[in-house]
Design a protein around this ligand. Structure first.
Ligand SMILES: [Zn+2]
Ligand SMILES: [Zn+2]
Length: 319
């Protein structure tokens, strides 16, 4: 006598809570949409990093306040832009593509909400640019957002304001990504380093922990926080595996300072950070990228292109 089949329907539908059905039972999901507590957990991580890194304490605590505001503003309702998502996914187009959607996204409203939320607690050192951004007309804000999304160089004034605009862009895209009924499939090989939801580059890769994803590497989108599968020990940009190098920050006794490596690739002369949640389970791709700026400086003489897209870190910003 065979035992009755149980739960056969759940695995036969082709879709489940984490995305498209894995190729085999227990296989990790290929694409994972952002979770509800993303910004709350990121803020906690930033506060903890601020305690551990006294030289960066003020900066990281302030970034944590921005991320806490992101968490609150994310809860505010905005119109959904996901009506055509299934059609886009069926045609292998990112359903929240930056090029197509950025003028329709709610980021101007989210920016206004972030400014209102942060106003009572902006420290004196940040007050000048904060006031300038609050008074800036919508055309100036739009130019800034376009430059950020396009990776264009910014003026000194704009550089100081950019992280808060970047924070608003993240809130707008993360909210829409969370509203998708199911994630898109893994990106094709030719665009493997671009987010399958919005087409933006990753902020870092992350070695995950937890039941289905233990030791599996994902790229973490700098804009909408979607994560997508990426082989370990293979350059996310060019796919090379022979010329990779790994660099970490160490203290005087040779211990690792942060659960972060710079994965450098000589083949395409670029690097992206790897955040190892196996080494610190609360590590966060964006928070740990901000906290490990010294790692970028350490390898600066290699003249490798930093491929990360971190809207909260605009180079030249006061750090
Ligand atoms: Zn994305
Ligand atoms: Zn490469």
């Amino acid at each position: 006598m065979s035992t009755p089949e149980r739960d056969a329907g759940a695995s036969a539908t082709g879709e489940h809570a984490f995305g498209r059905a894995p190729a085999s039972p227990g296989a990790p999901p290929m694409v994972v949409l952002p979770g509800r507590k993303l910004f709350a957990e990121r803020a906690q991580r930033l506060h903890r990093l601020a305690e551990r890194l006294p030289a960066m304490s003020d900066y990281l605590h302030f970034m944590a306040r921005i991320v806490e505001a992101q968490h609150r503003v994310l809860q505010q309702a905005r119109p959904s832009l996901t009506d055509t998502a299934d059609l886009a996914i069926a045609h292998d187009i990112p359903p929240l593509a930056v090029d197509g959607l950025w003028r329709d996204m709610s980021w101007p409203m989210d920016l206004e909400a972030l400014i209102a939320d942060l106003d009572p607690e902006v420290p004196a050192a940040q007050r000048v640019w904060f006031e300038a951004l609050r008074e800036a007309p919508s055309e100036t804000r739009t130019e800034l957002a376009a430059a950020l999304l396009g990776g264009e160089p910014l003026s000194a004034d704009a550089t100081a304001m950019a992280p808060l605009v970047g924070a608003a862009l993240q809130v707008a895209w993360t909210r829409q990504a969370r509203g998708l009924a199911h994630p898109p499939g893994r990106p094709k090989e030719s665009v493997r380093a671009l987010c399958p939801c919005c087409g933006a580059p990753p902020v870092a890769s992350v070695i995950q922990i937890g039941m289905a994803r233990s030791k599996v590497r994902y790229l973490h989108c700098g804009l909408c926080a979607t994560e997508w599968y990426a082989e370990r020990a293979r350059c996310p940009q060019c796919g090379d595996s022979k010329t990779l190098g790994y660099h970490t920050l160490e203290d005087h006794s040779g211990d690792r300072v942060l659960p972060v490596q710079a994965e450098t690739c000589d083949h395409c002369a670029s690097y992206l950070k790897v955040v190892q949640r196996e080494w610190a389970q609360d590590a966060d791709p964006l928070a740990d990228d901000l906290a490990s700026l010294a790692l970028d400086m350490m390898i600066a003489d290699r003249e490798l292109a930093r491929r990360a897209f971190n809207p909260l870190l605009v180079l030249g910003s006061p750090a």
